[in-house]
Design a protein around this ligand. Structure first.
Ligand SMILES: [Ca+2]
Ligand SMILES: [Ca+2]
Length: 312
């Protein structure tokens, strides 16, 4: 036979062996109750004996286990939930779209899997539909924050006659709205799409002044080479538009003559990692312009626009 005082002492000792996840104030509070109950039992037992059989302490243990589990569960419920982040757009693939046709574009970014809507700043000349949303592979050796780990596939129709320029859009999800991202609108007759294979002087892709070449450094160590005809004394400007529109490409432009001598090269400008090359051509003849990534990275996200023009 055990008296109630023995049981309360036992439970008090149990609370001094309880695991660390029980907060101190709970153990102290219950311990104080046990001590108080134990003293009351000692005082009043001679007058109103409370005797317990050997089986009854087990009910106390079950009761305290239940209270502990309850306390543990409520502690879990109090744990703050991981804050859900709003969507973020990193880059559009390709960078630019043309009016008069349905453009299929990919939007890479972060937290895009539950995107529900796309809002354009100027929606008067277009219809846009999200076709799919899901995870995207992060290219080897690349940072997900630079190339995105989720993507949307979008069908975008720009009405015929939409003027070239830019539009901006945001992505909406239950977790918020992305900051605005710029989409380039090109006129169809100014666009030259890059055509692979173009990775050598022999396979260089012909281009013309005043056009916009839309391409990608599609894989690690990819080299894109373009060929044009130049005149002695002409000052030309070749410029890459990539990182300033979110592309993870860190471009380097190099200009060669037809004997593979380097005429000029450019990596970054003061304001971006996009290459900008300005050079006076030394002679008449064919020239080769190569575009690579400074870190030999490459993926479908490493998109670019390349322009080449003559100043005089
Ligand atoms: Ca390429
Ligand atoms: Ca660069």
């Amino acid at each position: 036979m055990l008296v109630a005082a023995d049981v309360t002492r036992l439970t008090y000792r149990l609370f001094h062996f309880v695991p660390n996840f029980v907060p101190n104030f709970v153990a102290n509070f219950v311990g104080s109750l046990c001590r108080m109950f134990s003293r009351l039992c000692r005082i009043f037992l001679p007058f109103a004996p409370i005797r317990l059989t050997r089986g009854q302490p087990i009910y106390f243990l079950v009761l305290f286990s239940f209270l502990l589990a309850l306390n543990s569960r409520s502690a879990d419920e109090k744990k703050p939930e991981k804050k859900k982040e709003p969507p973020q757009v990193i880059v559009c693939i390709p960078l630019g779209v043309v009016p008069g046709t349905t453009n299929k574009i990919k939007i890479r970014g972060l937290n895009l899997t539950n995107a529900t809507e796309i809002h354009f700043a100027d929606a008067t000349n277009l219809t846009a539909k999200i076709k799919s949303a899901g995870k995207a592979d992060v290219p080897k050796d690349q940072d997900a924050k630079k190339s995105g780990d989720t993507q949307l596939e979008l069908e975008l129709t720009l009405h015929e006659g939409t003027p070239p320029g830019t539009n901006s859009f945001t992505i909406i999800s239950p977790d918020g709205e992305s900051p605005p991202h710029t989409l380039i609108i090109l006129s169809a007759n100014s666009l030259i799409s890059e055509k692979e294979p173009n990775g050598s002087f022999r396979r260089a892709q012909p281009i013309q002044f005043g056009k916009i070449i839309q391409g990608a450094i599609g894989e690690p160590k990819d080299v894109d080479v373009f060929r044009f005809e130049g005149k002695a004394g002409a000052e030309i400007v070749a410029e890459v538009f990539a990182s300033r529109y979110g592309s993870p490409l860190d471009s380097i432009l190099t200009l060669y003559d037809d004997e593979a001598h380097i005429i000029a090269t450019s990596d970054d400008t003061e304001t971006s990692t996009d290459a900008l090359l300005r050079v006076k051509l030394p002679s008449d003849g064919p020239y080769f312009l190569s575009l690579i990534d400074a870190h030999d990275h490459g993926s479908e996200a490493c998109v670019y626009h390349l322009t080449i023009s003559v100043l005089k």
